[in-house]
Write a protein that binds this ligand. Structure first.
Ligand code: BEZ
Length: 187
């Protein structure tokens, strides 16, 4: 029998960056190429309400773009349980995808390793997808929205702070940082 425990990777680019509510073996900054983060998914169950949805992030396919997030190594013994819980938590329009993500390492040997990771993505076909809107309209919706998991503002501010802590390139996440500034100006 292989004595090494099996490991599976999960990539987070939204609330999973700062609020992983599951056990993990390792947490590594990581990049998913070919996708970009946008506040284009409606949240009727966490950061908004059915009649007044908030907005949370999803990934949009975009050649040449990159999305910085966090990859978690999960123990194979708990993987199915963690995914089942996330399926419930993210039931409002998210689907699972397996995609290659590049890990950032603490040392040279670990730098640049690519692993296959599970990612939750809300595609434009899902019922809760809201799509693009002008910056001020997005900011106002996030500013006023509130749901069972807390305010939509808190979600945005936590995400922007987590991205800064990961040393996100301003260009990669101009969408998030501009929204952060716009919503703070309304607050
Ligand atoms: C994430 O942080 O990656 C995430 C969390 C919930 C739904 C989709 C993505």
């Amino acid at each position: 029998m292989d004595p090494r425990p099996s490991r599976h990777w999960l990539f987070g680019y939204g609330s999973l960056i700062w609020r992983p509510d599951f056990p993990f073996l390792e947490r590594r900054p990581a990049v998913l190429h070919g996708w970009t983060r946008r506040f284009w998914q409606g949240s009727h169950d966490h950061r908004g309400l059915p009649h007044a949805p908030g907005r949370v992030v999803t990934l949009i396919e975009a050649a040449g773009e990159r999305c910085l997030g966090v990859a978690y190594a999960l123990d194979g013994a708990v993987y199915d349980e963690v995914v089942a819980a996330l399926d419930v938590r993210e039931k409002n329009g998210y689907a699972r995808l397996v995609a290659p993500v590049r890990l950032h390492g603490d040392d040279e040997a670990a730098e640049g390793v690519t692993v296959e990771a599970l990612v939750y993505i809300a595609t434009p076909e899902n019922h809760a997808f809201l799509g693009p809107a002008p910056l001020q309209a997005l900011a106002q919706q996030i500013h006023r929205s509130q749901g069972p998991s807390g305010s939509n503002r808190e979600y945005l501010f936590e995400l922007a702070a987590a991205l800064r802590a990961l040393d996100a390139r301003p260009d990669d996440d101009a969408h998030v940082f501009e929204l952060d500034t716009a919503v703070r100006a309304l607050s």
